[in-house]
Every structure is written in structure tokens, then in C-alpha cells.
Design a binder for this molecule. Structure first.
Ligand code: FES
Ligand code: FES
Length: 162
């Protein structure tokens, strides 16, 4: 039997009937068509499915959709719409920090959450924040470079605005 789920996804109020066993990833992808949330391992290991729930990265494959009741979810589509991570995306591009791109959306969600919580992370802290994100083609150095550069750019813009 389905239950009603009421949540906010990328700034829009959503009310849908879902099966209690439906994962948040399946709800986002299949019910809402937000396929930027990728599914790799479906067991919490690869990080391809990361989304922000109330600002905190969560594995959408491990969270039930009903657990999102009353919460605020942000996916890569939301970041695209607001442009909140446009600079981060540009640095990933500049630094060749992606190849096939399968891991990239999850990487961006982790990176965005990290920079919100810690605007000046060390490279070790960046690596730590990405410890649950697997990339099978790029190698992590370029990804860490992209995030490090974005943090420095954001700090410089904040300083210039003072
Ligand atoms: S698909 Fe969720 S962690 Fe891999
Ligand atoms: S760019 Fe292909 S898995 Fe990361």
C-alpha cells in the first residue's frame, strides 16, 4: 500500500504516493524524472547517488523516500538551476576532473556540501570529504585540484567584496 510523501525537492513542494520500500534514489529518478542522481552500487559504497537532505549529503540509495517526509532535498538539477555550483562545475571542466562523468554529480554534491561547511578546506580535508565517492576513470588528483581552486576563488571573491 502506498503512503503519501510530502517533501521539498529543488525548491518545489512535492506530494506523491510512494511504496514504503521505495528508495529516495528511485523516487527521484523514476517518479520525478531527476536522473542526475546516478545509481552505481546501490549499497552506499560509490557515492554516485549523493543528494543533499537538509543540506547534508546522503546516499539516496540507502534512504527510503518516506524518510524524506518534511525535509528539503537538493539534487544536481537543483544546483544547475540555481547556479550555486557553476564555479565548481567550471573548475571540474578546466582541470579535466571528469571523463565519463558518471561519478561527477555525486562528487559535486559532496564538494558543494564541504565548501558550505568549510570554505577553506585543506587538500586532506577535501580527500576526506570525497572518501565515499568513487571515480573509475579520472584519478582523484584533478578532482581535488578543482575543489581546492574553487575554494580559493570563492575566498578571493568574498575578500574582494568586503
Ligand atoms: S549507488 Fe548509492 S552509494 Fe552507490
Ligand atoms: S569520471 Fe568516470 S567514473 Fe568518474
Amino acid at each position: 500500500m502506498k503512503v503519501m510523501l510530502s517533501t521539498t525537492v529543488n525548491g518545489e513542494q512535492v506530494q506523491e504516493a510512494v511504496l514504503p520500500r521505495t528508495s529516495l534514489a528511485d523516487f527521484l529518478r523514476e517518479d520525478l524524472g531527476l536522473t542526475g542522481t546516478h545509481l552505481g552500487c546501490e549499497m552506499g559504497a560509490c557515492g554516485a547517488c549523493l543528494v543533499l537532505m537538509d543540506g547534508v549529503p546522503v546516499h539516496a540509495c540507502l534512504v527510503l523516500a518516506v524518510q524524506a517526509e518534511g525535509s528539503t532535498i537538493e539534487t544536481i538539477e537543483g544546483l544547475n538551476e540555481t547556479g550555486a555550483a557553476a564555479d565548481l562545475q567550471a573548475r571540474f571542466h578546466d582541470r579535466n576532473a571528469l571523463q565519463c562523468g558518471f561519478c561527477t554529480n555525486g562528487m559535486l554534491m559532496s564538494a558543494q556540501a564541504l565548501l558550505e561547511a568549510n570554505p577553506a578546506p585543506t587538500r586532506d580535508e577535501i580527500r576526506d570529504a570525497l572518501s565515499g565517492n568513487y571515480c573509475r576513470c579520472t584519478g582523484y588528483e584533478a578532482i581535488v585540484d578543482a575543489i581546492d581552486t574553487t575554494a580559493r576563488d570563492r575566498a578571493a571573491r568574498t575578500e574582494a567584496a568586503k
